[in-house]
Ligand binder design. Structure first.
Ligand code: 6R9
Length: 659
């Protein structure tokens, strides 16, 4: 029953409804040997720039910078005057330090028996050959190279080869369409494309070359297309095409890595944004590598001699750039790369990989964790996961219940979970627990890293007190921040620096709890306005997921004559739960008792799937269309467009009882 009148004025910017009392202290042994101690926060507070200078000193510079930060707001330059080579830092220096035989990547293809082990010495030779090949093909410093590849070793090799010669890579996720690829090639004016015949996904070869053929046919600026043979499937051949093995294999295995300026561009990565043209997020060299490598070492407490690290993201997303390629390699880590999907050939595939390689650090996304919850805990229970010592989460707010499930069924209640908040734009992790320090709360990103100044503010840009909700902002520049949007400084300023004067606005809602710890509450575009209260999608979703029958939930605000907007929830049940007659009433009551009556959904629909972007984030916009009986908006970034049909079919059966 609605207790408030619509449009009621409230003081709060965003409601804070959820209380969580569970705490997990760091394991004593881990804390005692942790790479980072609580002093790091104090050090950085005393002198933020000196803190980042020390982080930069973990890299090898050909020339030291003269100015740590030049801040011409909102345009930053870090480590000005410094020179370094990213590929040298990620590969060669480790070989020179005697680590040539250390494994850089254990690569696991999707089909049975497709695996490869690549040491740092091998990686050095492969990157050198690829860099020589790019130069033979006429690629020069500053040129843009589009990369459209499956998750195979040639992908990081191609990225590192670009970085080595100072070419700017633009990796386009290998599931994107012809038009997405074409727009990205055109926007960056790429002269070379690197691709493969295909990759393996869901048990079969998935072609990539035909997409490139169509896109390149409309991009006259592309001079050559280099094609890796992965699946052996048939491909059309044009006179721009050249096989990777034909051009790369015959190159010398040495290549001189010339130093580049700290502010030379390293890569462009497109992020879709809510409307219109994708934004080409530009990252540069010195600051990006400083923060990705420091955070990878600190947040995962990396012990490169003994850890086996696995980040399950696709390299086509920023998580893959920063935490499969640049961060781990700069730290001389040993990583796993997996080509395929978690359910091929069976739903235990991830756990089989953890067992096979004795993975110690696992970094994955809430969407995957909730899928594993849905499949049931008996699946991971069949594998030996005792090698794991740290678990990470990224991409969306992790619901407390998913966090606790992850901790228990994957981490055996022994591994700290780090919930890492960051974005394509931030380049590296910004807000997160540290595994040897933080007494973590399930669902909270907790605290800005040392050297990062984050805040939660109200509509006017003023800090909210503890217990308050509002907008997440970053107050000071950080080394791995985006430098601009490729070719569009104005859009950079408008998008990120105009909402609050002098503050970076990432577009996320957040709250600060009674202890001052930060919780992310979802994108502000998704916030629901119910009877004058701004209610976060995350809190209602987390309340639903805390019910033992629910694996996953998405909520949206649909227009309502009484309350302005009303909450409509879409839920996926856990593997063992049966859909019963009164499940909707049961879940509505559960939300009301967890968060209060204001957050009680008007309607609950049990659905088999939720619409997700290709990086696994829930697309609430489409659910809003369904909930308001509108024609569906743009579905082109959806992983599986049949999902919306399944959901729409459920709609007439929906109960909207008012109890
Ligand atoms: C790394 C990545 C960025 C957006 C971000 C936020 C959401 C990411 C999160 C999280 C809550 C976390 N997000 N990590 N929300 N808690 N730990 O995902 O980059 O693809 O650019 O997305 O993802 O909404 O603004 P990107």
């Amino acid at each position: 029953m609605a207790t408030e009148t619509p449009g009621r004025e409230t003081q709060e910017t965003l409601s804070n409804l959820l209380t969580e009392t569970r705490r997990f202290a760091p394991p004593a042994e881990l804390a005692a040997a942790a790479n980072v101690t609580a002093e790091a926060y104090e050090e950085a507070e005393r002198d933020r720039l000196a803190f980042w200078e020390r982080a930069a000193e973990r890299l090898t510079w050909a020339e030291r910078w003269h100015t740590t930060l030049e801040w011409n707001a909102p345009f930053a330059k870090w480590f000005v005057g410094g020179k370094l080579n990213v590929a040298y830092n990620c590969v060669d220096r480790h070989v020179e330090a005697g680590l040539g035989d250390r494994v850089a990547y254990y690569w696991e293809g999707e089909p049975e028996g497709h695996s490869r082990t690549i040491t740092y010495a091998e990686l050095q030779r492969e990157v050198a050959k690829a860099a020589n090949a790019l130069q033979e093909l006429g690629v020069r410093k500053g040129d843009r190279v589009a990369i459209y590849m499956p998750m195979i070793p040639e992908l990081p090799i191609a990225m590192l080869a670009c970085a080595r010669i100072g070419a700017i890579h633009s990796v386009v996720f290998g599931g994107f369409s012809v038009s997405a690829l074409k727009n990205r090639i055109e926007d960056a004016n790429a002269k070379l494309v690197i691709t493969a015949d295909g990759g393996y996904r869901r048990g079969k070869p998935n072609p990539l070359k035909p997409t490139v053929d169509e896109a390149v046919a409309e991009c006259p600026g592309v001079e050559r297309v280099v094609v890796v043979r992965r699946t052996g499937q048939e491909v059309n051949w044009t006179d721009k095409d050249i096989w990777w093995h034909d051009i790369v294999d015959r190159q010398p295995a040495e290549h001189e890595a010339v130093p580049h300026d700290a502010e030379d561009p390293l890569f462009i990565l497109y992020t879709s944004g809510t409307t219109g043209k994708p934004k080409g997020i530009l990252h540069t060299t010195g600051g990006y590598l400083t923060q990705t490598s420091w955070t990878h070492w600190a947040v995962f407490d990396l012990k490169p001699e003994t850890d086996i690290y696995w980040c399950t993201a696709d390299i086509g997303w920023v998580t893959g750039h920063s935490y499969i390629v640049y961060g781990p390699l700069a730290n001389a880590a040993t990583s796993v790369i997996y080509e395929g999907t978690p359910d091929t050939p069976h739903r235990g595939r991830f756990w089989e990989i953890v067992q096979k390689y004795k993975v110690t650090i696992l970094y994955t996304a809430p969407t995957a964790i909730r899928t594993f919850m849905k499949w049931g805990a008996d699946i991971p229970a069949k594998f030996d996961l005792s090698s794991l010592r740290i678990l990470g989460s990224v991409g969306e707010p992790i619901n407390p219940e998913a966090y606790v499930w992850y901790r228990e069924h994957i981490g055996g209640n022994r591994c700290p979970v780090v919930d890492t908040w960051w974005q394509t734009e931030t380049g590296a992790i910004m807000i997160t627990p540290l595994p040897g320090i933080t007494h973590a709360k399930p669902g909270a990103a907790m605290r800005a890293l040392p050297g990062i100044v984050a805040d939660v503010v109200d509509d006017k840009g003023e800090s909210v007190p503890n217990g308050g909700g509002g907008y997440l902002v970053i107050r000071e520049p950080w080394p791995s921040m985006l430098r601009t949007i490729w070719g569009d400084d104005k859009r950079y300023v408008d998008t990120y620096w105009s909402r609050f004067e002098g503050l970076y606005f990432p577009g996320d809602g957040a709250k600060r709890d009674e202890d001052g710890d930060i919780w992310l509450l979802g994108r502000v575009d998704d916030v629901m306005l119910v009877s004058g209260h701004n209610i976060s999608t995350t809190e209602v979703e987390s309340a639903l997921v805390s019910h033992p029958k629910v694996a996953e939930a998405a909520v949206v605000g649909a227009s309502d004559p009484v309350t302005g907007q009303a909450i409509v929830a879409f839920v996926i049940l856990r593997g063992e739960a049966e859909e019963s007659e009164d499940i909707a009433a049961e879940l509505r009551a559960h939300v009301a008792s967890t968060l209060g009556p204001i957050a009680k959904p008007r309607q609950i629909l049990v659905v088999p799937e939720l619409p997700k972007t290709r990086s696994g984030k829930i697309m609430r916009r489409l659910l809003r269309d369904v909930a308001e009986n509108r024609e569906l908006g743009d579905v082109t970034t959806l992983t599986d467009s049949s999902v919306m049909k399944l959901i729409a079919e459920k709609l007439p059966a929906a109960k909207s009882s008012e109890d």
